[in-house]
Design a protein around this ligand. Structure first.
Ligand code: IPM
Ligand code: MN
Length: 389
């Protein structure tokens, strides 16, 4: 008698129940400036989801960034690192501000961010750019063009010029300063493969961006990207110089699916691409590595508007939905939060940065409470008709 094949379904059910019971531990690094306002918005909505879906989320707030310098003398205390390592995912607000800008580069809040990326082995940073229908009017592009934008920037996050030598020498008035950009084959291969995998699960198109007409590190980058492309015959691959890529993101961004590029080019291009949506406040990100992933809005600490309850929470909330999808496979819950945001936007509710000229805007907390209500409404519909609706 031949052995009966194992039916995976009951096993899957058991596993997902186990995951539910075990719960998820989310370390929250609110950080500086508007970081605490926007992360608390995201946590509120995650709590709503947990309450509805039967998942347990445990939130652990740890000091990080400028606030950690003030409290513990350094931007990334050991206890914060230990908590991050033991987490299922990390949610970060933002770091930095004028208060810490005169500190040496290696003890600024930003250096905590680099250490966090490095210690958690976060080599891939993903920044999705897609215009919500209700926000087509704030895109600087014409609506017919903006509505077709759906791209993802995959930025190398653990190498390149950010982690090369930064030095200066010489007497005042005749100094020389330099920063070294270098990439190894291993570093390039892992990020390019990661990006090909993303492209293979999206639109099957990858654009690798470099400056191979000038930089040796880019010549190597392009050669590796070409070689790896051979293992992904179904993904159409382009190679583009970074100056042209910045132009194309403005004049024809709908041509892109996944863009893969180095640390610094990715930093610059992702702010440019955010411009297509009309506000930096809208964009989430995921940093991915071997351990827990890190989710954060890309807007930064915005010290000028900190504490005023006017920051846009959508970048942070969308980072939380990215966490639900990418780390926890909770697609229905992510969808519920997203639908709630769209509902609120469709009824004309906006924070100041995304309000059209001459229209009224609401505070951060008002926007969150409206989203919370829209989500309760969504869940009650789902309960009535089942998850399939
Ligand atoms: C980002 C930010 C950081 C970076 C800064 C704050 C150091 O601009 O995440 O894009 O350059 O990586
Ligand atoms: Mn940046």
């Amino acid at each position: 008698m031949s052995a009966k094949p194992i039916d995976p379904e009951p096993l899957n059910q058991l596993l997902s129940t186990a995951a539910k019971n075990a719960g998820k531990r989310i370390v929250v690094l609110s950080g500086d400036g508007i970081g605490p306002e926007v992360t608390s918005a995201a946590v509120t909505l995650l709590q709503d989801c947990a309450a509805e879906s039967g998942y347990k989320f445990e939130f652990i707030e740890m000091p990080f960034g400028g606030i950690a310098i003030d409290k513990c003398g350094k931007p990334f205390p050991e206890e914060t690192l230990a908590a991050c390592r033991a987490a299922d995912a990390v949610l970060l607000g933002a770091v930095g501000g004028p208060k810490w800008d005169s500190l040496p580069l290696n003890n600024r809040p930003e250096s905590g961010l680099f250490a966090l990326r490095q210690e958690l082995g976060l080599f891939a940073n993903v920044r999705p750019i897609k215009v919500r229908p209700a926000l087509l009017n704030i895109s600087p592009l014409r609506a017919e063009r903006a509505k077709n934008v759906n791209l993802e920037i995959v930025r190398e996050l653990a190498g390149g010029i950010y982690f090369g030598e930064h030095k200066s020498e010489g007497a005042a008035g005749s100094e020389r300063a330099w920063d070294v950009e270098s990439y190894t084959t291993t570093e390039i291969d892992r990020i390019v493969r990661f990006a090909f995998e993303r492209a293979a699960h999206r639109g099957n198109h990858l654009t690798s961006v470099d400056k191979a007409n000038v930089l040796a590190s880019s010549v190597l980058w392009r050669a590796r990207a070409k070689e790896i492309a051979a293992s992904y015959p179904r993904v159409k691959t382009d190679h583009m110089y970074v100056d042209n890529a910045s132009l194309q993101l403005v004049i024809a961004p709908e041509q892109f699916d996944v863009i893969v590029t180095s640390n610094m080019f990715g930093d610059i291009l992702s702010d440019g691409a955010a411009g297509v949506e009309g506000s930096l406040g809208l964009i989430p990100s995921m940093s991915w590595g071997l351990g827990p992933s890190l989710y954060e809005p890309i807007h930064g600490s915005a010290p000028g508007i900190a504490g005023k309850n006017i920051a846009c929470p959508i970048g942070a909330i969308s980072s939380a939905t990215m966490m639900l999808r990418e780390s926890f496979d909770m697609h229905a819950e992510a969808q519920a939060i997203d639908a709630a945001i769209n509902h609120v936007l469709e009824s004309g509710i906006r924070t100041a940065d995304i309000a059209e000229r001459g229209t009224q805007s609401v505070s951060t907390s008002e926007f969150v409470s409206r989203t919370h209500s829209a989500m309760r409404e969504h869940f009650s519909q789902v309960e009535r008709y089942g998850w399939a609706v």
